[in-house]
Design a protein around this ligand. Sequence first.
Ligand code: ZN
Ligand code: ZN
Ligand code: FE
Length: 749
Amino acid sequence: MRITVRGAVQGVGFRPFVYRLATELKLKGWVKNSAAGALIEIEGPAQAVEQFLLRLEPQKPPHSFIQSLEYVRLDPAGHTTFEIRHSDTIGPLTAIVLPDIATCPECLKEMFDPANRRYRYPFTNCTHCGPRFSIIEALPYDRPNTTMRAFVMCPACQAEYDNPEDRRFHAQPNACPVCGPHVEFWDPNGRTLASRDEAIAMAEAAIKDGKIVAVKGLGGFHLMVDARQDAAVRRLRERKHREEKPLALMFPDLDSIAQQCEFSELERRLLQSPESPIVLLRKRPGARGLSDAVAPGNPNLGVILPYTPLHHLLLADLRIPLVATSGNISDEPICISETEALHRLAGVADAFLVHNRPIARHVDDSIARLILGREQVLRRARGYAPLPLPVPHDLPPLLAVGAHLKNAIAVAIGRQVVISQHIGDLETAEAWDAFKRVASDLPRLWGVSPKRLVCDSHPDYLSTQFARDSGKPFTAIQHHAAHVAACAAENEIIGPVLGVSWDGTGYGLDGTVWGGEFIRLDGNHWERVAHLRLFPLPGGDAAIKEPRRVALGILFELMGQNALARQELPTVQAFTPSELKIIATMLSQRVNCPLTSSAGRLFDAVSSLIGLRQKLNFEGQAAMELEAAATAVTELKAYPFSLGENRGAIICDWMPMFDALLKDISQGLPAGVIAGKFHAALAELVVEVARKMSERSVVLTGGCYQNRLLTELTVARLRAAGFTAYWHQRVPPNDGGIAFGQAVLGGRP
Ligand code: ZN
Ligand code: ZN
Ligand code: FE
């Protein structure tokens, strides 16, 4: 395990402490200081490594403080001792822009101490915690370069700021009730109804009353409602145009989370970490008390603890779980200013809890989870952005602009790549504006002038057009190759790998839509060595939102016009007779039926055939539900696939699978069992293809590997067959990780 720790960890006895802890646990490896913070590598039995991680924060030396901790599990290096190494600097990094950091325990204590001058003050912070990335306008990081500029420190705050012995020595956002920002409670027209503590009380009363309150936070607005009140949650969904996509929940404390969810020690650490992401946890079977509309049909909940003083006050007073979803409509970027919020959230929020500390840039909540005993970041934003991640090779200064959905961009700096905060789907004018802002903001903050851009091969993506219009040289990287490069680089794999790059959609280089690809990557050379057999998507983009269309496309491949007669199938039932006729004509004449090898679409097809979902309310919904439905997978026989060949590439033929699956449907096998056999089949398929290749290392990447069951099954089967399997840890497996892969692959000579 490699751990990167940032914060007050140099010159405070941190390295000797690490040495003692490691040797006590009989772990091998090293610790050293670097420009990136303290770096630690530890190696030993899994149990001891986990113990080390869990004890690091609570047992650290008194004057040290951890502001950020990211870890990855790498292949064993074979260390035989534990040593304190000499400091070094990696790359030309000079300034480090820290992410926003969750409120520290000392600040919390002060805020809840009636005798303290910061009692119930919602902007309490210190050098260990508080806003950073979300308030920095320029470097160096000094108060005049932050959005705290307008607030002149009172003598008491100034004295803390000037005193090297004080916890607030040079704390740029230092503030108190006398001199700092304050909150106000507004009606939907922007009229002030109350300020300061009274504003908080009114917001709390409104939430208790089932109202939707827009709360200005660290990197943007949240929409908050009482998660127990079904009508309130449903009203929020209706107004936000978010029909079924899960909503995140903020809980008062760990105990209240434990009533609803199960979590391990590593998950607890993540919940309480300075990064404080939304953590995906398993719902506790039989738990009651939350509205069913929070995460319908989903076995997980996205859970977060309060991470700013304002959140702590709200949750400590209310003592109830709140829905805390981003303040936006559908998937636009999160609102950051009052004017924007009043305008864009008009008709959504019943009231506004705002404050007068401006937000310099949007930063959403991050999303993370534990998978196979490792952390996996699904959305990199608050707490992680804009910290760099190490890469195994030197890269020239370049800007990678990502893909289209879940967009994030990246900047390469020597042996590090900085991934921007999550930007979102480039579908709206707001998202496009946010993209352009971040594209100029991120290089500027890091003092990099990119000489080159890297983009997706899709000619129509806005991000691609941005690269083309930049006037600078640019390189286009195929989408699925970028996924593989991202996963290989973050796992620091040197040498050839077999990449399984499965997602919904990516631009193929042969006129088809790719998405079920096996890519061999060696250095900067990649080759598509295998892929799923092609199938038509009747209606093109329309099929991406309608699993029933995908399923009909597959049925047509299997049995032609006879598919229409399969009235017993939920897929066929999902169409009106006239719709069926139109789509059948499309399919038989191959009009508006792009061909795809997408693995994501196979999930859609199966979901439709077993009657689970015919139309999507959000991207990935059918796959998510299919995963949730799958039962008793380990005892099941996987569906068969056959492997063929076409022009040197292996074709993974799903025909035998669907034949068997249709037989199961006609024999009335439960949907959950069919879903299970389908997952098992895909895992088995990966092993079968890997067996035909010479690479021993297999990386699993792309949106499909957000599926926990698929990932766990595939890793287990690969390991049993003697392969080393890798998956994503710090970089999202979805398209949020594309820019990182573009930087790695596009930046190599
Ligand atoms: Zn603090
Ligand atoms: Zn003050
Ligand atoms: Fe993708």
